[in-house]
Design a protein around this ligand. Sequence first.
Ligand code: GLA
Length: 372
Amino acid sequence: MLAAATALILPASAAAPKGEPFGTANGKPVEVFTLTNHKGLKLRAMTYGAIVLSLETPDRDGKSADVVLGYKTLDEYIKDTPYFGAVVGRVGNRIAKGKFTLDDKTYTLALNNDPGGIKCSLHGGLKGFDKVVWQGEGVEKDGVQGVKFHYLSKDGEEGYPGNLDVTVIYWLTDDNEWKIDYSATTDKATPVNVTQHSYFNLKGEGNGDILDHEITFKASRFTPVDAGLIPTGRLQPVEGTPFDFTTPHKVGERVNAEDEQLKFGGGYDHNWVLDNQSGGLALAAVVHEPTTGRTMEILTTEPGLQFYCGNFLDGQLTGKSGKPYNHRNALVFETQHYPDSPNQPTFPSIILKPGKTMKSTTVYRFGLKSGK
Ligand code: GLA
């Protein structure tokens, strides 16, 4: 009797979401899952690339907007995307010259990126985790909806050693958190650095640039890069540089400053060394958009945060509501280990060994701030 009564008052979103058809990629059916919480947030994600298609959150007047960039159809994602909403891996970010040595063996990866005319491997290679069809399953825990994505990256895929079994779960909690749990195991030692590549605009996707977004990073150092956007190996204090976000600053305030690092990146496209290096979940960043009042806090167990401010967007791509995505129309916050880790002996290691499990959690938490 009691159980029946409880079932009656349970809100609809307490059930595990069901996958719905969203087309075909790589000859396989693709499904989309819709997660809702009880506070008006809604997240849609598909099995192709574990891509987040949309994320709706209310502003300070209760008006919802979709705060991530993306396309309307699967075919547009297949055709051309700068990793909109995707999970990137096996190794997110850059590997110098597409080469690394592990246990005396040198591995060669595809060279799919060339900032400053210098070739490297970016975001897992030609067909990384963003371009494969994952297995999707709707899940539910304590009234919170989620979607669990699973992918087996075969030994040798994109040049990497070992069968890597990867699980990524997205949750949408009633604390207005999009929570991501990553885990992976392997049967041969391999580098792993999986992250999420959503492009945020807290004014709503397609609603102009992000230069007035105010950000704070819990990071007193960053990893400066060379002209090919590969870290020099130094951990440089941010103090006195345009990279100092230890107190809130608008993105546009210093993004065009005379600075060699900003020149290399065409703006911010760098990895910050988070103050929290404990491996426990801690606040990494706070983002505030003054006109809508939307805020986003980022918490992570990862030691680094790549902040990219959409420098390569140039109006060529048209988004889901028909508006072009112009220069600096979005912010990307990739929680991760540092770029080029396999070639940087002083950086925290990304080598996963058989018998061990890689575990990582990141939270994007949405809120509101009153006043301007
Ligand atoms: C990451 C990189 C950027 C760029 C984008 C995708 O954020 O750091 O340089 O390649 O991905 O366009």
